[in-house]
Design a protein around this ligand. Structure first.
Ligand code: GTP
Ligand code: MG
Length: 568
């Protein structure tokens, strides 16, 4: 008998964990009633890491079924949960009650086949990524033969699919909420990100025994959309002062390196350099390894094929997990924060204000800070200033006195009051666009920490936009942003306000022909048409793909409505 509980997601995007779930909060769920949000964040991280460490990633070979795999797993130990997905092959993630069961299974797999598919001599990479196959003589006729469903994860809805879904909402506020539900990470997508991180950590431990790998960024801060990357940082643990060095063709050792001993940055660069090669040669399923070691924060980018995830590996970056915790907490302090941030991020992406590639664009992190600042500075604030809910204290991390850092410690529920602001999400969105039009970015630096502004620091460099990084107040998190981009943000905000002031903006119409004539449909589609002069190359490509995917008649109708011209 096959007994295991399946992790499922409902259509609305809220996650349902089967009845066996031992947990109360997911990495992004919004219905957490705990007042101690910092504690909730840490508990969630701990719970997710524990789930991942007790999970196997299994590829189903031809002729095998989920049922036969579960039957096998159940014969080895208690299975708590599982979910499946398709990524060029069918995969199953199986979570066991006990980590020991995994050891038992991997040791058996180890004796029959190479699990890595990569060179194994020298560097001993144990992996919880396995392939499930059965010798033909063991074919189990009792197990129901059913092809697994094709479940696609980590993929955003196309714009057309999103617009169709939004058109079904009864009003604009509901559309903003629905946009969040359509775009946010699903339960299984969160689990998969933690599992990818855990698999990588396990691989690194074969050459850095005490190392730990931590996820941060949008995978854990509550603002991740379904296709977001996995940002990770490596803590070298007790191997502080030593770095992994390559010794021979496939052998690695820990050692002192004179250059690295003098500079933490050089140590990080050397460590990442070695790990990049290790990933390429020894870690299963890692490909497209790209070393970006001269960046301000050196990193290695790679793809984890079996999960289909893009991953970033950085050196010790504890501060990033603090900023993730900060965003997680802001996202939970008021139910309007996440819908508004998702909406603004989506609008900005469609308009070429944000971009995944490095350049003069604003990235999602400072854009999120911008929205938070706006919410802090409403006449009746929606969010408190950071200094009302957190304090900088000397860190307990770091062995030596000079290594001690400051840590941002969040105060308990006493300081977290419910906002008296009663504006609707739609009103806030329109006010946000007004704010972008009227705010003097050249003059005022925005501080999330103070919840107010101060004059832009003048240290020989002119910043068209200055958004103080709350965790490192000396740094401008939007320092790459160009003056042109700020002008563009202002111009597009003006157009957005014009669209929102139209009388038919609030006239909900669920018919197919009205997809782009009201609400977010008008705002999102209207904003990407008729701006030939300001579109970037990337934007042109995106628009081309989007318009090709539109049904021709629908497109023609929408263009006539919004700009009166048929573009081709
Ligand atoms: P996505 O675009 O969905 O990946 O959002 P993200 O929040 O994960 O952004 P990204 O992958 O660019 O960065 C990951 C994390 O690094 C952010 O959440 C921040 O915690 C941190 N980060 C990003 N940009 C900056 C920056 O300019 N300065 C600092 N100090 N931290 C940053
Ligand atoms: Mg990211």
């Amino acid at each position: 008998c096959v007994s295991a509980k399946r992790v499922t997601s409902d259509k609305s995007g809220s996650r349902i964990l089967s009845e066996s779930a031992t947990t109360t909060s997911s990495a992004t769920s919004t219905n957490d009633t705990s007042n101690n949000l910092s504690g909730a964040f840490k508990d969630t991280m701990h719970m997710r890491s524990s789930q991942a460490s007790r999970s196997l990633l299994v590829r189903l070979a031809n002729g095998t079924t989920i049922e036969s795999l579960l039957q096998y797993c159940n014969s080895q130990g208690k299975v708590d949960n599982y979910f499946t997905y398709f990524q060029k092959a069918h995969y199953v993630v199986v979570e066991f009650s006990q980590a020991d069961t995994i050891k038992q299974i991997t040791s058996k797999a180890h004796s029959t086949e190479s699990k890595t598919g990569k060179q194994r001599d020298g560097a001993q990479v144990e992996s919880r990524f396995l392939s499930f196959s059965r010798p033909s003589k063991h074919k189990d006729t009792n197990v129901l033969k059913r092809k697994p469903d094709v479940v696609i994860l980590n993929k955003d809805l196309s714009n057309l699919e999103l617009l169709r879904s939004l058109a079904s909402a009864p009003n604009v506020d509901a559309q903003i909420e629905l946009l969040l539900q359509e775009q946010e990470l699903r339960e299984s997508e969160i689990r998969l990100r933690f599992l990818a991180c855990s698999l990588m950590e396990e691989a690194f431990q074969s050459i850095l025994p005490d190392a730990t790998l931590h996820p941060f960024g949008s995978s854990i801060n509550g603002f991740g959309r379904r296709s977001c990357d996995v940002d990770t940082y490596l803590d070298r643990g007790t191997a502080h002062g030593v770095i992994p060095l390559k010794q021979g063709r496939n052998k690695y050792k820990l050692g002192y390196d004179r250059q690295s001993a003098n500079s933490e940055r050089v140590a990080t660069q050397s460590t990442l350099f070695t790990l990049a090669e290790f990933l390429e040669k020894h870690v299963p399923q890692c490909s497209s390894v790209n070393r970006i070691l001269n960046a301000r924060c050196p990193l290695v980018k790679f793809r984890h094929q079996a999960t289909g995830l893009s991953c970033d590996l950085t050196g010790d970056n504890r501060i990033a997990i603090k900023s993730s915790e900060m965003l997680y907490i802001f996202g939970r302090l008021d139910p309007r924060v996440r819908p508004l941030v998702f909406m603004v991020r989506h609008w900005a992406r469609l308009n070429g204000i944000t971009n995944n590639n490095p350049g003069y664009w604003i990235t999602n992190y400072p854009l999120t800070l911008l929205v938070i600042f706006f919410l802090q500075t409403r006449p009746e604030p929606v969010l408190p200033a950071l200094n009302k809910i957190a304090m900088f204290e000397p860190s307990s991390e770091g062995m030596e006195e000079e290594e001690k850092d400051v840590d941002l410690v969040f105060t308990d529920e006493a300081c977290i009051k419910v906002s008296r602001n009663k504006e609707t999400p739609t009103e806030l969105l329109q006010e946000f666009f007004h704010f972008c039009i009227t705010f003097d970015f050249k003059k005022h630096a925005l501080s999330i920490h103070l919840g107010s502004t101060y004059p832009v620091p003048n240290n020989g460099k002119i910043f068209p936009m200055y958004i103080e990084n709350p965790l490192e107040p000396d740094l401008n998190s939007s320092k790459n942003v160009s003056g042109d981009l700020v002008d563009r943000l202002r111009r597009l905000s003006q157009e957005a306000v014009k669209t929102m002031e139209r009388l038919d903006f609030y006239q909900a119409d669920a018919s197919r022909d009205a997809l782009h004539s009201w609400g977010l449909g008008a705002l999102l589609m209207g904003s990407v048409q008729g701006k030939g002069k300001v579109r970037s190359v990337a934007m042109e490509k995106k628009l081309g793909a989007m318009f090709r995917s539109l049904n021709r008649r629908e497109f023609s109708t929408s263009c006539k409505r919004t700009c009166g011209v048929m573009h081709d």
